[in-house]
Ligand binder design. Structure first.
Ligand code: DAH
Length: 331
């Protein structure tokens, strides 16, 4: 019993050798049990009790040592706590998610709320309700993926379809932004992809003017690209806005000096915008005699390229961890 008390084990190996010596099938206790046969009958009772006590004491000691060893192991008491810990590999948010969130945050601060709609859409929400006449040449502007068996069903080519989804369910005032994925039937290259991402903005109320649009876009550009950023609006054409414009920002890579990215013009186009065409309001159940609105749409990849100078669009969808890890700090 005293021997049991004095047993020590400082490692799993030592503990195991104790087990082998005393408690295993060929251990001391088993041997005693085997020898028990030879004990004279009149001593059996006493010797039996002693063997049992020894076995209990050894088992108890063994369990105590085992428990002690596992707590010291949990304590990591052998560890050098001054060492730099192993880096815990955290995932990173995708650069497009980071930029999308930044865009959403900026517009949220100006009172816009989020809205979304389906990626598999019908002709009405993508084209019809957006003032594309059946034979309108603008329909050809966008190479569309149609669902073969259902010519009316297609992958949305722009998030402008969400404008229609929002208007058919809500009366003004409406102030939403709608981020989402869009699809176009393009050959995949460094500069084009068959899917990409946009953010649509829509504001409808009484007395909305082009000035409001311009101010909101200027605020956005400066929040996104820095307080020195300049904007310029060039007249353009979209079926769903009248008048329409495209907005450039002063190139934030060269600061407007001229570089390869801005093709030495000092300006880069980042979005399309305009006053919502009264036909669009009417088609979507909003009275154009009472309400006016503005809308804008931008590509998230483009904004991301400007912020992070990603030169090849394919990187965004290839899931190369070496590329994604570069955005660790931006998370
Ligand atoms: N839907 C257009 C596109 O995909 C972008 C756009 C332009 C959206 C003008 C708008 C807008 O809301 O007013 O190219």
């Amino acid at each position: 019993m005293a021997e049991a008390e004095s047993l020590q084990a400082h490692s799993a190996e030592e503990l195991e050798s104790l087990r082998l010596k005393y408690l295993s099938k060929k251990g001391l206790v088993s041997q005693l049990m085997a020898d028990f046969r030879n004990v004279p009958a009149e001593q059996k009772r006493e010797v039996g009790m002693l063997i049992n006590k020894a076995k209990d004491a050894l088992t108890e000691r063994f369990n105590a040592l085992k428990a002690e060893l596992s707590t010291t192991e949990d304590d990591h008491s052998g560890l050098d706590l001054t060492r730099t810990p192993y880096p815990v590999r955290l995932g990173t948010r995708h650069p497009l998610s980071i930029v999308k969130q930044e865009i959403v945050d900026i517009f949220s601060r100006m009172g816009f709320t989020l809205a979304d709609g389906p990626e598999v859409e019908d002709d009405w929400h993508v084209f019809g309700s957006m003032n594309f006449a059946d034979d309108h040449p603008a329909r050809d502007m966008q190479d569309t993926f149609f669902i073969e068996s259902h010519p009316d069903v297609l992958l949305r080519t722009h998030t402008s379809s969400v404008q229609s989804r929002v208007m058919e369910k809500n009366q003004p005032p409406i102030r939403v932004i709608c981020p989402g994925r869009v699809y176009r039937n393009e050959a995949i290259s460094a500069r084009a992809h068959c899917f990409f991402h946009q953010v649509e903005g829509l504001y409808i109320d009484r007395d909305v003017s082009f000035t409001d649009l311009k101010q909101v876009l200027l605020t956005f550009a400066r929040e996104m690209f820095g307080a020195d950023t300049q904007i310029r609006l060039r007249p353009s054409y979209f079926p769903f806005t009248e008048p329409s414009a495209e907005m450039d920002i002063s190139c934030n890579i060269c600061g407007g000096e001229g570089c390869a990215f801005c093709k030495h013009t000092g300006w880069v186009e980042i979005l399309g915008c305009g006053m919502v065409d009264p036909n669009v309001l009417e088609s979507n159940g909003i009275d154009p005699n009472i309400y006016k609105g503005y809308a804008f749409g931008m590509g998230i990849e483009r904004i991301t390229n400007l912020k992070y100078q990603v030169k090849d669009l394919r990187l965004f969808s290839e899931n190369d961890v070496r590329f994604l890890d570069e955005f660790m700090a931006a998370n």
